[in-house]
Design a protein around this ligand. Sequence first.
Ligand code: SF4
Ligand code: SF4
Length: 246
Amino acid sequence: MPTQVPVNQWVIPVSLTPIPLRIAALVRERNSLLEYPLERLAGVIQKIGFRCTSCAKCCTRVFNGHVFLLDRDVTSVRTIDPAALEPAPAPEFCDQHGIFYVSGYAVRTQDTAGGCCWFLENGKCRIYDRRFAICRIYPYMLHREPDEHGDIDWRQFSGLDQHGEYDAYVPDDQSLDLARETKEYENAFLTHEIRFLEFMQDYFARNRLRHVQKVYDDRLRGFNLGEEITVMVYYDGTLEEHKIRN
Ligand code: SF4
Ligand code: SF4
């Protein structure tokens, strides 16, 4: 799953690279993803032979960071329990007036040691049949990351040897289904991020706004000391305003 950090553990934004370059990089990434052969991913899935042991570690912040939601997941949460939503941590931008902007929502965690997902109850997901896109594909993934030597290559599995068992026989059709769903999720995630950046590029230009790192840092410091901040969350092609406090 993507990283999960509670609101009170926000960190500095991911990238100060100009927006057009970030969009171009994401489009290239998405093109590479689409070219990645489905059969190759299915083969990796079969080779790993992962078997889930239902330990529920993946549903905790301490193991997996935050659960980022696609728009369709947000729509679904709103019908189940709107209180489960919160702005995703690490907003990408802060304008000159101190307003933060983040690309989407995350699932709130419970106030427990390790930070269990809002929907985890007695070690089980209480919305299992309606769980989110990222929860359905986990621990499979398909994106490129640098390894310990800085060489960038594809990663297809999260937390190898840290959870579950690796003795399963995965039939061809099942591995292909998993591969298809994983690629579909990664494509949807990248498309969401691209749309967010395109939206922000236009929104900042139209409203004469700009990202100011010093304002970001100052507001974040105030937030960590208990001050209220305003966060605009990108959802369904627009921004939703939230006032939040640490
Ligand atoms: S929604 Fe369910 S499967 Fe997903 S992280 Fe929460 S408890 Fe786990
Ligand atoms: S996917 Fe892994 S971490 Fe999650 S419940 Fe299964 S074995 Fe545990």
